[in-house]
Design a binder for this molecule. Sequence first.
Ligand code: SF4
Length: 247
Amino acid sequence: MTAVATAGAVAGNAPGNLLTDRLEAIARGFKHVAFASSLGAEDMVLTDAILRAGLPIEIFTLETGRLHPETLAVVARIKARYGHDVTLVRPDAAAVDAYVREHGANAFYESVELRKACCRIRKVEPLARALAGKDAWVTGLRRAQSTTRTDLALREDDAVHGIAKFNPLADWSEPEVWAYIREHDVPYNVLHDRGYPSIGCEPCTRAIKPGEDIRAGRWWWENQDSKECGLHVAPDGTLQRAGAHRP
Ligand code: SF4
């Protein structure tokens, strides 16, 4: 569903008030909270809610070195709209150079292993660095985004990083995301209007056709069930959702 097609699809915006409540509770409960933004639509909803409420939650994005220019442009648009700098977390340059030297710049097309190795260098290790010293982190994941996310909890125990993990949009629908964006005039990645519902690195993301699954444009050459970048996966390969927090 495109941004234009979903605009105004939801009447009112009660989920927005609930979202602010959820974020305020996280900020109250934890001293050092970070929000990992992919600069996609869901993450712009969270960015808007965090910055308008003035919450002490650091916003960072993994600048993998392979993002679309349109995605990087969102960082400048956030600065222009909110006067806020998004922290850019980059991969270790020596590790990137070694991967490219040994396998080639686009070796991720050759096997799931080489794709995951690239994600480890450009995303997973930088994420661990960004979360070091934090008590909790926030993501824009939603249950409806993927078959691998249907049991996503609002709060999880992140065993990999040893901190709490919150998914405040877990129960949001795509129309609710776009209704919030329209209502609050939130800047968003222009690629969403060109058929990209889910946006990652440029060589690993393509536009989708009407009726295709919203994650169909991510690592489209792989099986559906292997489509996680490792940011939300435990070392044994299981999804971290298995450790959902039980209050
Ligand atoms: S999404 Fe693609 S380019 Fe980006 S880190 Fe993963 S394999 Fe590498």
